[in-house]
Design a protein around this ligand. Structure first.
Ligand SMILES: CC(C)(COP(=O)(O)OP(=O)(O)OC[C@H]1O[C@@H](n2cnc3c(N)ncnc32)[C@H](O)[C@@H]1OP(=O)(O)O)[C@@H](O)C(=O)NCCC(=O)NCCS
Length: 175
C-alpha cells in the first residue's frame, strides 16, 4: 500500500474484549452521526449490553484510531463475510470522527486490516461502498482497492446500491 503522505501521527490500536467500553463509545458515535451509512444498526446496537460488545470483539478483530490525547476517533473491524471466498477478509464498521478526517486515520485503519489479512494468509480484502459515498470510494481506490462492478441494493433503502471493492494482497506487501 503506498504511503498516503500525511504527517500527523496516527496510533492504531488492536483492541480486545476488555476494551469493549471504548469500542462501544466510538461505534455508537459512528452509527448516531452517520445514519446514512450505519443507520440500520442504530436501534439494535443502542440496546447492546456488555456481553454483546464482548461477543462482537471476540468474533471480529477490531482496531481503534487514537489521537494524541488518547481519545478514540476511528474504528474498523474485519470479518469473514458469509458466502465470500475463504481467503477473503472483509472490512466493516470503517468510520473516522468528522473532526479527525483527512489526517490519514481512515487510511491507517484500512492498512491495519490489510496487514492482519495478509498475516492470516488471505489473498484479498473486500468492502462495500454505497454509491454516493465518495470519501470511502476515493479512499479505497487510493488504498489500492479495485471496483468490481458487483452491486447490491441496500437492505434499509432499496433505492440505493452499494458496490463491492476488492484489494489483492501482493506478497511484498505483507512485511
Ligand atoms: C471514509 C472515511 C473513513 C475516510 O476517513 P479519513 O480518515 O478522512 O481518510 P484519510 O484521511 O485516511 O484519507 C486518505 C485519502 O482518502 C481520500 N479521501 C478521504 N476522504 C475523502 C473525501 N471526503 N473526498 C475525497 N477523497 C477522500 C483522499 O485521497 C485522502 O487523501 P488526501 O487527504 O491526501 O486527499 C471517513 O470519511 C468516514 O468515516 N466517513 C463516514 C463513514 C464511512 O463512509 N465509512 C466507510 C464505509 S465503506
Amino acid at each position: 500500500m503506498p504511503d498516503v503522505g500525511h504527517s500527523v501521527l496516527v496510533l492504531i490500536q488492536r483492541v480486545g474484549e476488555d476494551d469493549w467500553e471504548l469500542v462501544r463509545d466510538v461505534r455508537l458515535r459512528a452509527v448516531r452521526e452517520n445514519p446514512q451509512i450505519f443507520g440500520a444498526s442504530l436501534a439494535r446496537e443502542n440496546r447492546f449490553v456488555e456481553s454483546h460488545w464482548r461477543m462482537r470483539l471476540r468474533t471480529s478483530p477490531t482496531w481503534i484510531a487514537v489521537d494524541d490525547t488518547g481519545t478514540g476517533r476511528g474504528i474498523v473491524q474485519m470479518l469473514q463475510e458469509p458466502g465470500s471466498p475463504i481467503d477473503d477478509r472483509h472490512v466493516i464498521s470503517l468510520w473516522v470522527a468528522p473532526e479527525s478526517r483527512r489526517q490519514g486515520m481512515g487510511w491507517a485503519l484500512l492498512d491495519a486490516v490489510r496487514q492482519a489479512a495478509a498475516a492470516d494468509g488471505a489473498r484479498t480484502v473486500s468492502l462495500w461502498v454505497v454509491d454516493n459515498n465518495h470519501a470511502a470510494g476515493d479512499l479505497s481506490v487510493r488504498a489500492g482497492y479495485a471496483r468490481t462492478g458487483e452491486r447490491q441494493a441496500l437492505s434499509r433503502d432499496g433505492s440505493l446500491t452499494e458496490e463491492r471493492y476488492v484489494l489483492t494482497i501482493v506478497p511484498e506487501q505483507t512485511s
